[in-house]
Design a protein around this ligand. Sequence first.
Ligand SMILES: Nc1nc2c([nH]c(=O)n2[C@H]2C[C@H](O)[C@@H](COP(=O)(O)OP(=O)(O)OP(=O)(O)O)O2)c(=O)[nH]1
Ligand SMILES: [Mg+2]
Length: 128
Amino acid sequence: MKTIHVVAAIIKDENKIFATQRGYGEFKDGWEFPGGKVEPNETSKQAIVREIKEELDTTIQVEEYFDTVEYDYPTFHLSMECFICTILEGNLTLLEHESAKWLTKDTLDSVDWLPADLGLIAKLKEIL
Ligand SMILES: Nc1nc2c([nH]c(=O)n2[C@H]2C[C@H](O)[C@@H](COP(=O)(O)OP(=O)(O)OP(=O)(O)O)O2)c(=O)[nH]1
Ligand SMILES: [Mg+2]
């Protein structure tokens, strides 16, 4: 099966993290961490900084590696590296997503996460 290498930003501010709702495509309306596919000749950290600028017009600082999700969708394998990030500059403008929310440990389960993210959400509760 084809593997897609994705990077995702867990943008954190004190005890809250930023979740976004997909606005188009196969997974439309599902909730995710913003990010996307790593391009040839860029590192994962370069990719996540680029993706957040493209999707949210915001410059982030990558604080630390958090986890890698390995998940089999019916038509591809997802390998998704997730980084805890903070905002350096920008207002998280939704250029591609249809909605977004800041979530705390108590509200983390209130949105409909993409299936690949569920294990990550459980692990995130331990650090929020
Ligand atoms: N960004 C992101 N993608 C996720 C998450 N969970 C999950 O299963 N995915 C899947 C959905 C997509 O198949 C793939 C990421 O692709 P993407 O659509 O964000 O990629 P991209 O930003 O480069 O956009 P595009 O060029 O494909 O339109 O990973 C998540 O938390 N964040
Ligand atoms: Mg994306």
